[in-house]
Design a protein around this ligand. Structure first.
Ligand code: FAD
Ligand code: EPU
Length: 338
C-alpha cells in the first residue's frame, strides 16, 4: 500500500473537481486498513472512504486521509433452489458486476445497468433506478470498523435501507469500510418493465422475447440518451432526491400547477419529480462560466471543465431556494458534500 501526500482528487471524482487531500491510500487488503489505523499520523485524522467518486462533491481540500477502496473478487457463495448468492468485493465496478450477472443468467440487477461507481457504495446509497433498488437483491455485507479493525456483518434490516439512504450514509458514515456485498439473485427472472420508457425502448429494439440482457440494453440506451457521460461533462447523477411531500401539499401544488409530475409514495405521501420542479423554475440548461444545470435533465448539475466545487454547491443552494419559493418544497441534496 502506497500512501501519497498532497494528492489531487481530480481524476477520482466524476464531477472532475480539482481538490487535494493531505493523504491518499488505496487499500486492497484488510491488513492495509489495520496499518492505517495503527499509524500515528492517522489516529485523529478525518477519514473519507472513496469508491468511484461518482456521488461526491469536493467543495474544498480534504485535511485528512482519503481511503480508496480496491477490494476485488466476484464469486458464488452458495445456492438455493431459486437463488444464487454472489459475494462481490467492494472495489468491483458496479456495471461490470451487472454484466457478470447477465452473462451468467442471474436476474435482479438488470434494471440497475450502467449506474457508475463501485459495488461498495451501492448499499451505502441504496442505489436505485427503473423500479429497482439494491435493497431488493441485497443479502448481507461485510464492513470493517476503522477504529477496532474488526469485521462486522450487516443484514438488510441492520442496514436500515430507505430511498437513497442507509445506516452507512448517516450514523456509520466514514466509520465502517464496506469490504464486500453479497447479493441474492434469481435463477428464474421476474422481469420489471413497468417503469417509464422501458417497454417503448424494447419495442423500438424489436425485442420479441424478454430477457435480462434485452432489459439491460434498453436501460443502457435510455440512460445514455438522458444522462451526461461524466467522461464528457462532469456530474454526479441526480444532485437532489425526489422530494416526498404530504398529500395536502401535493394537492395545493396540483391546484396551481396541474402538470406537476408525481408518484404515490409510502403512507399516503407523494413523491414529486425534482427535475420537473427545477425545470419549472427556469434552471434547465442554465450555464454560468463552467457550471450549470444539464440541458436534458434538470436534476443533474454539471461541470463543463474548470468549475469549482463551491460554485456547484452555491448553485445547488440557489436551485433549492427557488424551488422552495415557487412550490414551498424543500429539496434535499443526494450527492455527498465534502
Ligand atoms: P463514491 O462517490 O466514491 O462514494 C459515495 C459515498 O459512499 C461517499 O460518501 C463515500 O464515502 C461512501 N462510500 C463509498 N464506498 C464505500 C465503502 N466501500 N464503504 C463505506 N462507504 C463508502 N445513483 C443511483 O442510485 N441511481 C442512478 O440511476 C444513478 N445514476 C447516475 C448517473 C450518473 C451519470 C452518475 C455520475 C451518477 C449516478 N448515480 C446514480 C450516483 C452514483 O453512481 C451512485 O451513488 C454510486 O453508488 C456511487 O458509487 P461510487 O463508488 O462512485 O461512490
Ligand atoms: N422531468 C422533467 N424535467 C427534467 C427531468 C425530469 O420534467 O428536466 C420529469 C419528467 O416528467 C420525467 C420525470 O421527471 O418523466 C422523471 O424523470 P426521470 O425518469 O429522468 O427520473 P428522475 O426521477 O429524474 C430518478 C433517479 C435517477 C434514476 C431515474 C430512473 C432520483 C433522485 N433520481 O430520476 O437516479 O436513474 O429515476 O429510475 O431518485 C441518481 O440517483 O443519481 C439517479 C440518476
Amino acid at each position: 500500500m502506497i500512501i501519497s501526500e498532497n494528492f489531487s482528487l481530480k481524476k477520482y471524482n466524476t464531477f472532475g473537481i480539482e481538490a487535494k487531500t493531505k493523504y491518499f491510500a488505496e487499500i486492497s487488503l484488510l491488513d492495509d486498513v489495520r496499518k492505517i489505523s495503527a499509524d500515528k499520523r492517522f489516529v485523529k485524522a478525518e477519514k473519507l472512504i472513496l469508491g468511484g467518486g461518482s456521488n461526491i462533491l469536493f467543495t474544498k481540500d480534504f485535511d485528512g486521509i482519503v481511503i480508496k477502496n480496491n477490494f476485488k473478487g466476484i464469486a458464488v457463495d452458495f445456492e438455493t433452489e431459486n437463488h444464487v448468492f454472489v459475494k462481490v468485493g467492494a472495489g468491483e465496478n458496479w456495471h461490470s458486476f451487472v454484466l457478470y450477472c447477465i452473462e451468467n443468467n442471474y436476474a435482479g440487477v438488470e434494471n440497475l445497468s450502467l449506474i457508475p461507481g463501485n459495488v461498495g457504495a451501492s448499499p451505502m446509497q441504496n442505489i436505485g433506478a427503473y423500479g429497482v433498488e439494491v435493497k431488493d437483491v441485497f443479502h448481507e455485507l461485510e464492513a470493517l470498523e476503522i477504529t477496532s479493525g474488526l469485521i462486522q456483518r450487516f443484514s438488510a434490516s441492520e442496514c436500515k435501507f430507505g430511498y437513497r439512504e442507509s445506516v452507512f450514509k448517516n450514523k456509520h458514515r466514514n466509520q465502517f469500510i464496506i469490504t464486500s456485498v453479497t447479493f441474492r439473485l434469481n435463477k428464474i427472472p421476474k422481469f420489471n418493465i413497468s417503469y417509464g420508457a422501458i417497454e417503448q425502448e424494447l419495442d423500438k429494439m424489436g425485442v420479441k422475447e424478454l430477457s435480462i440482457a434485452a432489459i439491460s440494453k434498453a436501460i443502457c440506451s435510455i440512460r445514455s440518451s438522458k444522462l451526461p457521460d461524466p467522461k464528457v461533462i462532469g456530474n454526479a447523477g441526480s444532485f437532489f432526491k425526489n422530494p416526498v411531500v404530504s398529500s395536502d401539499l401535493y394537492q395545493q401544488i396540483k391546484n396551481e400547477f396541474p402538470n406537476v409530475v408525481a408518484y404515490a409514495a409510502e403512507n399516503g405521501n407523494m413523491k414529486l419529480a425534482a427535475g420537473w420542479l427545477i425545470e419549472q423554475c427556469g434552471w434547465k440548461g442554465y450555464r454560468k462560466n463552467d457550471f450549470g444545470v444539464h440541458k436534458n435533465q434538470a436534476l443533474v448539475l454539471v461541470n463543463y471543465g474548470s468549475a469549482k466545487g463551491n460554485e456547484i454547491y452555491n448553485l445547488s443552494q440557489e436551485v433549492m431556494d427557488s424551488v422552495y419559493e415557487k412550490f414551498g418544497v424543500v429539496l434535499e441534496r443526494e450527492v455527498n458534500i465534502v
